[in-house]
Design a protein around this ligand. Sequence first.
Ligand SMILES: [Zn+2]
Length: 305
Amino acid sequence: MGGCHFVGGVGVSLLFVGLFLSASGVSGCAFTSVGIDQPDYRAQLDFGPPETVKVCAVLDNGITQENAQKTLAGYWNETDAEKYSLSVNIVSYSHKERPLSEYFSWQIADDVSRMPVPAFCDRVMYFVGRNLADALWSIPEIAGAPEVLGWVDDATMARGFVVSRFGSLNQVLMGLWFSPSQAARHETYHLLGCGHDLTLQACYDKIRDAKALEAALERAGCYEKADMQPFLPAFPNAGNIALLTRAQVNSVPSDAGIRGLDDFVRCARGADLPVDDRAESDVAHLSAWLSSQLMQPLPPRMVTR
Ligand SMILES: [Zn+2]
């Protein structure tokens, strides 16, 4: 966020000031937070019925499914899920060994930013293990070199990585403060569209809107008509827009055509949702549309007793 473009992302989240900052000419990201909880404001919002954010996990060597589950889903589901009726569900695991060419965080980030979000997932998270070379980083760390423990891509905020195992000096020293689970929780907020801020207020609005948008688009049958799986909208860090479909996320960074998007756009417009030809819409317009939707009765098939 702003000055935090250390590896090109918001993601810059959890790093320690030092060499890299001076080398890349940015500042101010150390110990950055996604914001302080505002329980009173949060209590006024309606987050809707319980939902899950479906995450596809990609595991580096040495990271087990249990480890990923504990780091990302276990911790969030214990500490934050209830606040938003939104739990993290890891729905698939795949394996990808981190090649030796990916040593620095920006090298990992570059790779992660090209990972597609599979049809049954809302987000992708790469769980990075530790190798011998990382342990050697402890030597420059003594001199104050930083370390990135997690990252989410600015362009979509739908893909990220988290360092899922202790192994460096920083993590050992800072273990109680920045455990892998705490780093993962921070990145989960980014995956839900939240940036770095003083308070979580704007973040709550994003989480509520994402859930409500997915529900409304599902009700309007827009995913179905476009032959797409439902998708928890993602909020890129720049531009104040929402990505309503997985296809849009996967079209970044390539400019490949987006299959099914025309049908989706037609359906969304039919439901009075203000989207352009790329299914993009200003977040403020989407919020206004959501408020107008709340005034309308649900279609009969959605009524339950
Ligand atoms: Zn961050």
